[in-house]
Design a protein around this ligand. Sequence first.
Ligand SMILES: Nc1ncnc2c1ncn2[C@@H]1O[C@H](COP(=O)(O)OP(=O)(O)OP(=O)(O)O)[C@@H](O)[C@H]1O
Ligand SMILES: [Mg+2]
Length: 225
Amino acid sequence: MIKIEQVSYRVNGYDILSNMNLTLGERKIGIIGANGSGKSTFARLLNGIKLPTTGQITVDGLDTRTCGKAIRGKVGFVFQHPDHQIVLPIVEEDLAFGLKNLGYSKDKIKESIDAILSLYHMHHLRKSPAHLLSGGQKQLLAIAGVLVMEPDYIVLDEPTTLLDLRNKRDIFQIIENLKQVVIMVSHDLDLLSNFDRVIVFEEGKIIGDDHPSITIPLYKNRMTC
Ligand SMILES: Nc1ncnc2c1ncn2[C@@H]1O[C@H](COP(=O)(O)OP(=O)(O)OP(=O)(O)O)[C@@H](O)[C@H]1O
Ligand SMILES: [Mg+2]
């Protein structure tokens, strides 16, 4: 369970997020809202990449202020821009990076990488230089690199913006089938319609928090008037 209690995030005296109170525990939670409404800032608070100005965020009882390292092991994060995510030059090395840090054996690392390359139709890219991949392939690699570590919670910030239709659908299907709690920022409203809960942000506040059949129309309505 991720608990957000009286959280604000302030820069230069301006509230980018104000007085948020949420408990996140459903399996699939979407975050939607206009550009600049605070979605990425909020997402980054969830695993302690950013810390709140006021209030408290806990993940299974651990405070992001004091237990950052443990929380980053529990909460995987997929950045809006995949270049922020990819750390090693060759695809298979990049996928192995997090698993080595988790102390996996060589055999287990190879087995996990084989499985994930096959799941993402990326076998042919195993030895490719990561910086030469296309934008969409980089995005797939970034998602794969987080999922391969099997964190308890997965936060994704617009993970499908660069993907073609097939990869977008495949990624959504993979995400829907994950057993973990997934919190995903997205502008792909149709694909969020199968989620358990969708939260609407507007100017750093929550203006809707319900089943997508209620909050997606609410958001569409706000965007047209
Ligand atoms: N470090 C910062 N300093 C100043 N302003 C910031 C900082 N971080 C975020 N902001 C501002 O806070 C607002 C929210 O930004 P954020 O990136 O969270 O929006 P978003 O909802 O993710 O938007 P998008 O849909 O475009 O990705 C923006 O107006 C942004 O300029
Ligand atoms: Mg954003």
